[in-house]
Design a protein around this ligand. Structure first.
Ligand SMILES: Nc1ncnc2c1ncn2[C@@H]1O[C@H](COP(=O)(O)OP(=O)(O)OP(=O)(O)O)[C@@H](O)[C@H]1O
Ligand SMILES: [Mg+2]
Length: 292
């Protein structure tokens, strides 16, 4: 791992990339036609700071993935604007890579083929340079030995690491992760969090990470953005000043406890609102997750 870290620091692209910022200004978004319109995001303003790991938490169904889709450029706001380094987002681009909960690996391609797919298709990295970069990333995500295996031959955690490598080969200015570890068993999830944290702490690429697990949020984040019930708005921004590199034991510290108490208080309040408005299943799911 030490050798790996040295190699990463020697890679100048790693050191200069990813210090981008994203600003959302008064963003609103709704779905449906005029007869049955559902407002999902309501006048939301927030800044994703350069070189920080910003975590978004919110009740189930509040609009977190919609927020991801807007920043990724898959969807557009009805009003307001989204700026990447002061320039409006006009659609999807490889400067914003998204890792979703559902695997996006192509089952008929090996780990290696999946990783090189994007740059190979575009032709912006070729031959030896492409092979070397893919191999470097395979080492970084611990999958060198699984280079020629197909996604179905990988464990859930390995698949997520392959996805990370596939996104990182594009050297994005911001990584966007939408509940990437949801669905993994508790042990794999814990390991993935630690692995991902080491990767982030190595070069501090700007990162937006969506989760519904408060402990995961505290363990990873520089700042936690707590969203309201739908339509989503920012209820609270919590700074997480736990030192880095982080360690799981820090979750038992008084600072972590205080953050958890505050965030869970807000999430409970917001989940109660959704319960009162009639979507009881949202309540059960949202509060169940916050409590775990
Ligand atoms: N493309 C779409 N068309 C219509 N409605 C949509 C669309 N995308 C999202 N929605 C609606 O917007 C609301 C918010 O959905 P979204 O997936 O953003 O929530 P979420 O917070 O990510 O939920 P979860 O916690 O389940 O991941 C939901 O009511 C959903 O039905
Ligand atoms: Mg979602």
């Amino acid at each position: 791992m030490a050798q790996d870290t040295l190699e990463a620091s020697a890679n100048t692209a790693d050191l200069t990339a990813g210090k981008s910022k994203v600003e959302l200004r008064n963003v609103s978004k709704s779905y449906g036609d005029e007869w049955e319109q559902q407002q999902v995001i309501d006048n939301l303003s927030v800044e994703i700071r350069p070189g920080e790991l910003t975590v978004v938490v919110g009740p189930s169904g509040c609009g977190k993935s919609t927020l991801v889709n807007l920043i990724a450029g898959f969807e557009f706001p009805d009003t307001g604007e989204i700026l990447l380094d002061d320039k409006p987002v006009t659609g999807p681009a490889r400067d914003r890579m998204v890792v979703f909960q559902e695997t996006a690996l192509m089952p008929w391609q090996t780990t290696y083929q999946n990783i090189i797919f994007g740059p190979k298709l575009r032709g912006d990295l070729k031959g030896n340079a492409l092979r070397e970069e893919a191999d470097r990333l395979l080492v970084k995500v611990g999958l060198s030995e699984f280079k020629h295996k197909y996604p179905l031959q990988l464990s859930g955690g390995m698949q997520r690491r392959a996805e990370l490598a596939r996104a990182l080969i594009n050297n994005p200015r911001i990584m966007i992760m939408d509940e990437p570890f949801r669905g993994l068993d508790a042990m794999s999830r814990g390991l993935m969090q630690e692995f991902f944290l080491r990767l982030f702490e190595e070069n501090r690429r700007t990162n937006l990470f969506v989760t519904s697990e408060i402990d995961e949020a505290i363990f990873l984040a520089d700042r936690i953005i707590v969203l309201s019930n739908r339509p989503a708005n920012v209820r609270k921004v919590i700074e997480v000043n736990l030192p880095r590199p982080r360690d799981y034991k820090m979750l038992n510290s008084p600072e972590a406890y205080e953050i958890k108490r505050e965030a869970m208080g807000i999430l409970h309040e917001e989940a109660m609102k959704s319960f009162k408005s009639g979507s009881g299943s949202d309540f059960a799911e949202a509060y169940g997750k916050a409590d775990s």
